[in-house]
Write a protein that binds this ligand. Structure first.
Ligand SMILES: Cc1cc2nc3c(=O)[nH]c(=O)nc-3n(C[C@H](O)[C@H](O)[C@H](O)COP(=O)(O)OP(=O)(O)OC[C@H]3O[C@@H](n4cnc5c(N)ncnc54)[C@H](O)[C@@H]3O)c2cc1C
Ligand code: SF4
Length: 327
């Protein structure tokens, strides 16, 4: 790991001013930043510690919305009783992310800014070609081992999966990311790789995440997050689904539905075709299974990751049917 200077900021303005230096990086929990610095992906010249910036550690569950400051720890949100009741998909997504130690250290802002687990991206010494790390250098994954790569939202330049869990629940529940002076819908916050996979989010120079807000709703209250992975803990998703549902007064017919997928796409993936297919329907197993196949519209596999095209619709169907049982 190369040397860097260290600054402790006490305000958002100071943090952004210090972070405007070339190759400067914000430091929150450090669980991604130092990981990437150690493997040579990041070589920060200056680390701007934001953990003492006031006003970024508020967690508020109000009547109309949930507000999570950028510095709130993942474990705090996961454990908050009001979040479990009013936004269960968010609590469940965080509970199933990383490990207890990491969740106690890592923050909501840092979690949304985490980078892909593409092994070629994380090993610059062995694989110099990576368009995300070194624009224009090529992609070592295409034609390589792709078991954990994306099948949705890919491009000729990059097929890396967005690995986050929380972001999937936020996309299903129409959250907004606050970037100081402006707010961005979470679906627009994460960018498709296209020809510029190095640009992953809508954050511009001179901006940082200050908080995340999620509207309270019947959908948010009846929501869940289902994660399928190679082992039951301390593992990224092979496929995951965040689902929220609201029923008509008969308690059976779907009034509104939200479906988002994780572990299979280059960004947290909203499955609107599945939502549209099930609105106005009763959640019978066959109807749900058929509609869930629509989640894979446009999917492209690269060999080893083909199993995700079969797996993801099953995960979506299970999550929706689980919500149906609560009707
Ligand atoms: C072994 C391991 C397993 C993991 N498993 C999972 C998993 O299953 N699911 C999952 O979702 N995650 C998983 N993670 C990722 C983990 O959740 C992230 O490392 C963590 O959330 C990052 O938060 P942090 O506060 O430590 O961020 P940091 O490491 O401090 O920062 C991460 C990045 O975000 C930037 N940043 C931090 N705060 C802000 C801000 N407010 N505004 C703008 N930029 C900011 C930093 O500059 C840096 O580039 C795993 C990580 C490890 C190491
Ligand atoms: S998939 Fe993306 S991150 Fe992985 S090597 Fe290719 S360009 Fe890099």
């Amino acid at each position: 790991m190369s040397g860097f200077s260290y600054i402790r900021a006490t305000s958002v303005d100071e943090a952004l001013r210090e972070a405007s230096a070339p190759a400067a990086a914000l430091l929150a929990g450090g669980t991604t930043l130092f990981d990437l610095a150690k493997c040579g992906v990041l070589q920060p010249s200056k680390v701007v510690d934001i953990t003492h910036v006031s006003g970024l550690d508020t967690l508020l569950v109000g009547a109309d919305s949930l507000t999570m400051g950028a510095l709130v720890k993942m474990s705090r949100v996961a454990d908050e009783p009001a979040v479990k009741i009013k936004f269960p998909a968010i609590s469940q997504a965080l509970w199933q992310a990383a490990s207890a130690q990491l969740r106690n250290m890592a923050t909501i802002g840092g979690n949304l800014m985490q980078r892909t687990r593409c092994p070629y991206f994380r090993d610059p010494a062995s694989f110099p070609a990576c368009n995300k790390r070194a624009p224009g250098s090529g992609c070592s994954a295409i034609g390589g081992v792709t078991r954990n790569h994306a099948v949705l939202g890919t491009s000729d330049a990059c097929i890396a999966t967005n690995p986050g869990d929380l972001a999937v629940a936020l996309v299903a529940l129409d959250a907004e990311i606050h970037l100081g002076g402006r707010r961005v819908g979470v679906d627009d916050f994460f960018l498709l790789p296209g020809s510029t996979p190095d640009r992953e989010t809508a954050i511009e120079a001179g901006e940082m995440i200050t908080c995340v807000s999620v509207p309270a709703s019947p959908i948010a209250k009846r929501s869940t997050y289902l994660k399928v992975r190679d082992r039951q803990s301390y593992e990224f998703a092979a496929a995951s689904a965040a689902v929220g549902v609201e029923f008509e007064d008969d308690g059976r017919t779907v009034r509104d539905l939200r479906v988002a997928l994780g572990g299979v796409a280059t960004k947290p993936w909203r499955a609107r075709a599945v939502e549209d297919a099930l609105k106005g329907k009763v959640l019978e197993p066959e109807t749900v299974r058929k509609a869930s196949l629509l989640a894979m519209e446009g999917a492209v596999s690269h060999g080893d990751n083909h199993y995700k095209i079969d797996l993801a619709p099953r995960v979506v169907a299970r999550a929706i049917l689980k919500m149906g049982e609560t009707a």
